[in-house]
Design a protein around this ligand. Structure first.
Ligand code: ZN
Length: 195
């Protein structure tokens, strides 16, 4: 059984009886769709980075690693589907999985934004001591204050902070971290103050 590459319907002759495309035309169409959706995915990934810093989650680094891994897996899947489509191999299931992943960066960006934007939970204040700091080069604000953790299962926290706070605090400073719980349950860093 062969399926039309574009619409996925079962095909008994070269021309698909559902969408009317020949197998060659269906290949052109599906590759065009792959390119278009991949562009959406890339755009979403680009939008995710600044969106994740508006209300920076406490676990921003773990989230960035997760998104980075997802990014390469999804792009790899897209390239693999493209290769199979060129060989006229079955792609229907993988195509659906792939298209299902396309909105994920947008949804994650929206989730982090809504999580902070509509957050009315009472603030949590935690005391901590700065034990280090680091800054990653790049266009984005990737400054972290490494502080002692207030959570039992963790030794340190890497707080995403803006450049002012990053420059203002030095190792050994005692600070208060103002956290918000987040409307979606993703804690985020509202501010850091000197104790
Ligand atoms: Zn078709």
């Amino acid at each position: 059984m062969t399926r039309c590459l574009d619409c996925g319907a079962e095909r008994t002759s070269d021309q698909c009886s559902t969408c009317g495309l020949t197998s060659a035309a269906a290949e052109v169409m599906i590759r065009r769709r792959l390119v278009r959706r991949t562009a959406w995915f890339l755009l979403g990934a680009v939008a995710f980075l600044p969106a994740s810093q508006v209300f920076p989650p406490l676990e921003l680094d773990a989230i960035l690693i997760f998104v980075g891994v997802l990014f390469f897996l999804v792009l790899g899947l897209g390239a693999w589907i493209d290769r199979r489509a060129r060989g006229h191999a079955e792609i229907e299931l993988f195509k659906r999985i792939y298209f299902g992943f396309i909105p994920v960066p947008w949804l994650l960006a929206g989730l982090l934004f809504v999580n902070g934007k509509f957050d009315t939970t009472p603030p949590l204040r935690q005391e901590a001591t700065v034990v280090g700091k680091f800054s990653m080069p790049g266009v984005l604000r990737n400054n972290r204050l490494v502080v002692t953790s207030w959570r039992g299962d963790q030794r340190i926290e890497r707080l995403p902070v803006d450049r002012d706070d990053f420059n203002r605090f030095q190792r050994g400073d005692r600070i208060v971290v103002h956290l918000q719980e987040g409307i979606a349950g993703i804690p985020w860093v509202y501010a850091v103050y000197r104790r």
